[in-house]
Design a protein around this ligand. Structure first.
Ligand code: PMV
Length: 316
């Protein structure tokens, strides 16, 4: 078997996180500056599967007679591989899968969905049964459900298709054109925050106060529609104030944090056109919209304000 190499990018939610779980639209784009990469190589006959993740010091072995189950004993490395084998109706093959990732874990950049995407792609390619994007997206969504409980499906969709996505839960994928590229600076608070916790808290808040929280969801949905129009018409500067408004609404949903607020303020003070948290919140990453000449000063201000890692990227 020749060596197989697969990869999957991270993702940035531009607008609409959390409200998207409750059927509002959201906008997301792939982030190719960070990646999960998987290499699949043939192992000795009867060896089963070994999964190596040297970056996080993990080594996992699935013996040739391991049951085909994605149950709780298995972790984020094993589950996608087992699900792919179950889907393809294959017994455990003899493979060594090596995973490398530059996507921060639990940072709002889609590390879990990218890991599952690259692992399933590698397993299917090693068995010479490549999957189309629809099948792959369904499998990665199934993994997201195991990890998150009630994911909207936005992460798996944007990562599997690697295209800008206007996403509405349960609807077929809808991409949109980016009329004029725009620049973002991303900054990581360094606080790891599992998405299922903030999603669960927002759900409880909604259950307790359906009118107030439902209104916030609808306001976020309206911002998403305006943002899409701005991106499609090339009026990218107008996205800045929309980002600020989206951040304020996310704060009202209790998913911001002092670190995220501080980074957003630092970015605006350094000349960003707007800033917001991105992803599950409470930690993880924020994004700032910048003109090209402000990218470097905003990145420097974010590092100065305590960001653990800063990425400059152009969307479109
Ligand atoms: O934290 P992330 O990158 O998994 O993004 C989650 C986005 C949410 O809207 C908060 C949850 C979801 O399933 O859409």
């Amino acid at each position: 078997m020749p060596t197989v190499r697969t990869s999957a990018p991270g993702k940035i939610i531009l607008f609409g996180e959390h409200a998207v779980v409750h059927s509002q639209p959201a906008l997301a784009v792939p982030l190719t500056a960070v990646q999960v990469m998987v290499t699949a190589e043939k192992a000795a006959d009867g060896a089963g599967i070994t999964i190596l993740a040297p970056d996080i010091n993990q080594r996992l072995h699935l013996p040739a007679d391991a049951p085909h189950t994605t149950g709780p004993v298995y972790n984020a490395l094993a589950r996608p591989v087992l699900l792919a084998l179950e889907h393809l109706d294959y017994p455990i093959p003899d493979l060594v899968l090596t995973v490398r990732s530059t996507i921060p874990i639990a940072g709002g950049l889609g590390s879990g969905a990218a890991l599952a995407t690259a692992l399933i792609r590698a397993t299917a390619a090693a068995l010479e049964s490549p999957l189309d994007n629809v099948a792959l997206n369904n499998l990665v969504y199934a993994i997201e459900k195991l990890h998150h409980g009630t994911p909207s499906g936005i992460d798996n969709t944007v990562i599997v298709y690697e295209q800008p996505v206007y996403f509405v839960r349960g609807r077929p994928i809808e991409t949109f054109p980016i009329a004029r590229p725009f620049d973002l600076v991303l900054a990581d608070t360094g606080v790891s925050s599992p998405t299922h916790l903030s999603v669960g808290d927002v759900r409880r808040l909604y259950d307790a106060e359906p009118d107030r929280i439902g209104t916030i969801f609808a306001q976020i949905g309206a911002l998403v529609k305006q943002a899409r129009q701005c991106i499609e018409s090339g009026d990218v500067e107008a996205l800045g104030p929309l980002m600020d408004q989206n951040h304020t609404l996310l704060d009202a949903l209790t998913v911001s944090s002092p670190e995220l607020d501080q980074l957003c303020c630092a970015a605006r003070e350094a000349g960003a056109l707007g800033a917001k948290l991105s992803g599950g919140g409470r930690g993880g990453n924020m994004i700032a919209l910048v003109t090209p000449d402000r990218a470097a000063p905003v990145a420097a201000a974010l590092t100065q304000a305590g960001a653990h890692h800063v990425i400059q990227t152009t969307v479109g």
